[in-house]
Ligand binder design. Structure first.
Ligand SMILES: Nc1ncnc2c1ncn2[C@@H]1O[C@H](COP(=O)(O)OP(=O)(O)OP(=O)(O)O)[C@@H](O)[C@H]1O
Length: 282
């Protein structure tokens, strides 16, 4: 059997033992009285422990990005409450960093300027910006590319720039929406290791959306499986991995058992989604 982690990682670094609390959150797009409205999400209730690494998997279109947008303050819930560090989320909360799948680096800025962008907007002193940027460049293995432009980098390196740009803001909650979706399998594994290293270092709470069960099983403390739309959590799984894990955990004897349990839960929902698509409902 998988064993539970000894303690919620990073709990000591946060003033609140529960970083994120969603209570009966739903999201409906369009006029609620219109037959064309889309009930995208919920009701969903979820608590993320401070310092927890939580991944979300679910069928396509089940409302995963909608959930992330609510936590990022980009999209309010239609009903229910969403809180971060005990406060209702209204607008983009301080200390929240978001990384999306698409390459969101600024093509006209160097790597260094990309990473410094948010810090300058925050109006931090120049020496503090330089200190944080230097650290992020070294941490993400980008030191030799500080003066390069994104077009001169590989897809994996560009995504590292985007992660570094989030990292320097020192967020307490990091939201990632399929951040490695466009990368090849080997690069995904290496990027996963870097993400774990960053998570350990910062004590941040992480919510990762991924289509990859392997990625969810490898990286997370807990994995939440969502139903077909409107997405609800139909199961959460503790992985039981130690905090100092890395991609070699995929060879652990329990890894296959864990991904099989995730797939068992997800398989039925994926079929429901595909049947809905065939009826033209998706
Ligand atoms: N702004 C919007 N207006 C209307 N419908 C929307 C809007 N945003 C999302 N939707 C719908 O809500 C549902 C959930 O979308 P969402 O992008 O959250 O799903 P997802 O699980 O992230 O999908 P995927 O896995 O394919 O990325 C979909 O049916 C989508 O078409």
């Amino acid at each position: 059997m998988l064993t539970k982690p000894k303690a919620a990682p990073g709990t000591e670094a946060s003033p609140h033992p529960v970083a994120v609390r969603l209570t009966e959150v739903t999201r409906v797009f369009g006029d609620p009285r219109s037959p064309k409205r889309v009930h995208a999400l919920g009701p969903v209730s979820l608590e993320l422990r401070a310092g927890e690494f939580f991944s979300v998997v679910g069928p396509s279109g089940c409302g995963k990005s909608t959930l992330l947008d609510i936590l990022a303050g980009l999209n309010p819930p239609s009903a229910g409450t969403a809180e971060f560090d005990g406060q209702p989320i209204r607008g983009v909360p301080d200390h929240v960093g978001v990384v999306f799948q698409e390459d969101a680096s600024f093509a006209w800025l160097t790597v260094e300027a990309n990473i410094a962008f948010g810090l300058k907007r925050q109006g931090l002193p120049a020496d503090e910006i330089r200190r944080r940027v230097d650290y992020a460049l070294a941490f993400m293995g980008l030191k030799d590319f500080r003066h390069a432009y994104p077009v001169q980098l590989s897809g994996g390196m560009r995504q590292r720039v985007c992660i570094a740009r989030t990292l320097v803001l020192q967020p307490r909650l990091i939201l990632l929406d399929e951040p490695f979706g466009a990368l090849d399998q080997q690069t995904r594994l290496i990027m996963g290791d870097e993400l774990l290293r960053m998570w350990r270092e910062t004590h941040a709470t992480v919510l990762l959306i991924t289509h990859s069960l392997d990625e969810a099983a490898m990286l997370s403390d807990r994995v939440g499986v969502m139903s077909a739309r409107p997405g609800k959590f139909i199961g959460t799984f503790e992985t039981g991995w130690p905090k100092d894990r890395d991609s070699r955990i995929v060879t652990h004897p329990h890894f296959g058992e864990l991904t099989a349990r995730l797939w068992e839960k997800l398989r039925v929902e994926t079929m429901k989604h595909m049947q809905g698509e065939a009826r033209g409902e998706a």
